[in-house]
Design a protein around this ligand. Structure first.
Ligand code: ZN
Length: 334
């Protein structure tokens, strides 16, 4: 069900996203804006989140399993305050849930999506469409992608297009020449000639891709000094930022909690982490998300080092020993 859509960026023309959206006569329920990863421009998708649909538009929605699922996904994203602010800043009105909604969509758990923490999958899906940006990629001043990341993306995009273009040209030339000359011998051989042309396209694309990747790697390895310079311009600032982030997150999840559940959070989906303490579900999720973020941001080593350094004579010996064991594991992975 649904129809296939593809979005080309109106600002830079890059083909940036595709998928299947639901609905023929009804409005699609999807993020109303996405961000082009090549030029950073904002693009209206023609879709709407459930909470941005007017009540009038909502009455056109039919209650069925698929719509329920889309509504839940949409509501899930609206738990994310950054996202709601982003929508409002871009002129979207957020309509409250009405009792009529609850009545018509009986299977949707509306109560689950009010003042809860956003789920990881909702956050991830907003990152995928460039609405929420990974902190490492974020330009703090503009709130958009860093210029160097866009420069890199546009370079890569242009290169891929160039490779495809050359592949097609060479494949077509080879196919036509071989097909044409083979046809003098036998008409079936003409098809073989064309097939070799298609093979050429694939081979050229693959070969060029390999060549450029290899070239880039050797460039990087032959210019270590330059690369280091870029990284070393603000090392103090970077480590200070990391530390601030670690402090904010460890305050949310708790030192003992982080150490106790580190291995489980690292390997299991958060839903499956069996928290034995008697926390409310909101507190449990907040702690898990914060701990997970420490791991995802690559701050685990810093966190454990800091915990051992600062709390060595305050925490139980057992806890410190555990932290040391985890730190060893991180530094010497199998
Ligand atoms: Zn663009």
């Amino acid at each position: 069900m649904g129809r296939h859509w593809m979005v080309s960026c109106p600002h830079c023309n890059a083909a940036i996203a595709q998928g299947v959206g639901y609905g023929d006569n009804i409005p699609d329920i999807w993020v109303p804006l996405i961000r082009c990863k090549v030029c950073g421009g904002l693009i209206k998708t023609g879709g709407n989140e459930y909470l941005t649909l007017t009540v009038n538009e909502r009455t056109k929605l039919r209650a069925n399993n698929q719509n329920n699922e889309f509504i839940e996904k949409s509501l899930d994203r609206t738990n994310n305050k950054d996202y709601l602010t982003f929508l409002k800043n871009n002129g979207y009105a957020i309509y409250p849930i009405t009792d009529a909604d609850k009545e018509r969509f009986k299977d949707v758990r509306f109560d689950m999506y009010k003042n809860q923490l956003p789920s990881l999958s909702a956050t991830q899906s907003l990152r995928n469409v460039g609405i929420l940006i990974d902190e490492k990629q974020l330009d703090e001043k503009t709130g958009a992608f860093k210029q160097e990341i866009l420069d890199n993306n546009i370079k890569e995009y242009k290169l891929n297009r160039k490779i495809l273009r050359w592949g097609l040209i060479i494949g077509a030339v080879v196919g036509i020449i071989l097909g044409w000359s083979f046809s003098y011998i036998n008409q079936y051989l003409a098809i073989l000639g064309l097939a070799i042309g298609v093979g050429c396209t694939v081979a050229v694309c693959y070969g060029m891709d390999y060549y450029y990747k290899h070239k880039e790697e050797s460039l990087n390895s032959s210019k270590p000094a330059q690369v280091n310079n870029i990284n070393n311009t603000q090392p103090a600032k970077k480590s200070e930022q990391d530390k601030q982030q670690y402090l904010a997150l460890i305050e949310k999840c708790g030192i003992r909690f982080f150490i106790k559940y580190y291995r489980k959070i690292l390997r299991l989906p958060l839903k499956d982490v069996d928290v034995t303490e008697n926390y409310s579900s909101a507190e449990r999720e907040e702690r898990l998300l914060a701990a997970k973020k420490i791991i995802d941001l690559g701050l685990s080593e810093l966190a454990l080092t800091e915990i051992i350094r600062v709390y060595d004579d305050i925490l139980d010996k057992e806890v410190i020993e555990q932290a040391k064991a985890l730190l060893d594991e991180i530094r010497k992975p199998d």
